[in-house]
Ligand binder design. Sequence first.
Ligand SMILES: Cc1cc2nc3c(=O)[nH]c(=O)nc-3n(C[C@H](O)[C@H](O)[C@H](O)COP(=O)(O)OP(=O)(O)OC[C@H]3O[C@@H](n4cnc5c(N)ncnc54)[C@H](O)[C@@H]3O)c2cc1C
Length: 498
Amino acid sequence: MHVRVAVIGAGFGGLGAAVCLRRAGVTDFVVLERAGAVGGTWRDNTYPGCACDVPSHLYSFSFAPHPRWPRNFARQPHILAYLEWVADTYGLRPHIRLDSEVKSARWDDDALRWAIGTSSGDLTADVIVAATGPLSEPALPEVPGLDHFPGRVFHSARWDHGHRLRGRRVAVVGTGASAVQFVPEIEREVTELTVFQRTPPWVIPRADRAISDAERWMHGRFPFTRALRRHLLRGVRETHGGAFTGHPDLMRALEGLARVHLRRSVRDPALRRALTPDYRIGCKRILLSNDWYPALQKPHVRLVAAGLREVRGSTLVAADGREAEADTIVFGTGFRVTDVPIAHRVTNGAGLTLAEEWREGMAALRGTTAAGFPNFLTIIGPNTGLGHTSMILIIEAQLQYLAHYMETLDALGKGAGPGGRSGEPGRAALTPRREAVAAWNARLQRRLARSVWNSGGCDSWYLDSRGRNTTIWPGSTGEFARSTRTLDLSEYEVLRHG
Ligand SMILES: Cc1cc2nc3c(=O)[nH]c(=O)nc-3n(C[C@H](O)[C@H](O)[C@H](O)COP(=O)(O)OP(=O)(O)OC[C@H]3O[C@@H](n4cnc5c(N)ncnc54)[C@H](O)[C@@H]3O)c2cc1C
């Protein structure tokens, strides 16, 4: 089978790409999804308390507004239902191939197309859109002795709902965005809870509330009120962006709020000390919670302010030597972000994998296309992540770029050059010029140097193993949208059939 475009992944990115392609008049495409359902992040993360931390009116597609979000921060089942609704409403189902994991993709320099191997069969495609997600591959630390732990072990993104926690001694490793959501939920069930914390997060109050019937009615009846709400939510967050990127010192005000939140919530000075970060707020993801600190003070909950070093039978040993007994270990240790698995499966015409191309660190042109890999676009690619607002704003900006990319390819392919026949697009391919990729990234890295992520004094998943920030976009979302509004052909080489 041959298609014009193969989209990999059916989360926000892949579904958004599918809508974009249909709107651009491309109907010859498939969405390859390894799982048995759409939803990505919101299908896989079913842990208790899972919710977004950007208000739902902003954390949703602008072209598919949902007037009836039940809460400011919708919970996972609602976000998943929203994505299912998007797949239905925009007629995406016929394009989606579930249970189709992309195992390999190899560019053929002669045929100017990708040969793709999936768990459900092979196909070829002119263009690949990789929307495999920045946070889709759980990261489990290598802990000596873990293999011999007699109890159940799982990651928060693969929650084992068949395993009852009631009456058990549970250890949680990690105190990031997921743990802060599920610890207060499971604390009510378990007999003992030990939380291993390597680095304390900055936590600010969570302004969550139910969205009233009146508001929902108003948003349904007068759509401009919904748009206005989104606009305001976006605008407020955008004003924070400058402090993160260029003026980390301005973050002190927010740090003050977090300190007050901690002081009000935790009376015990020793515990408070253990929970006080020693880096600038924003350097790691800022967490929103009203029940994290109360949960840690329950009599059956213990905070061990050190990472997990070793497992000896059912005894867990922390880096500071403290021990805890457990029947179950839950890892809330995040994801493989800077070494994305799909990069190991994609090979260019010279036989080089994308992971090899990125051995010095991930780098793309406008967060989307990679040098040496023709007609390969990544949604939420290198340096497109955000610390303070909705990733959907970035995804939608990249979708504009995708639409222009397809238009440009069509224009180049139609009747031009050897092998190009009028009306049969696809006989041309685009590959970003190395100089353009290098210039784009040099500029980004210069700006990142003074950002809070690079200079805030922490070690975070935004930085790769060499300490290079290959994940964050150091500007406003408006600036990113402007930079991806059209495709600048001077940044590309055109490859022609034959
Ligand atoms: C718990 C949690 C909460 C979050 N909350 C927020 C928030 O509040 N605000 C925010 O902006 N962002 C949030 N994020 C980030 C979130 O991941 C993005 O906002 C967004 O969902 C990413 O969408 P995506 O489609 O790019 O990736 P995903 O949703 O991860 O989808 C990727 C899809 O690709 C599939 N896939 C991967 N590899 C292959 C392969 N080889 N073959 C076939 N299919 C493959 C996966 O199965 C998955 O379905 C959160 C992330 C997590 C984990």
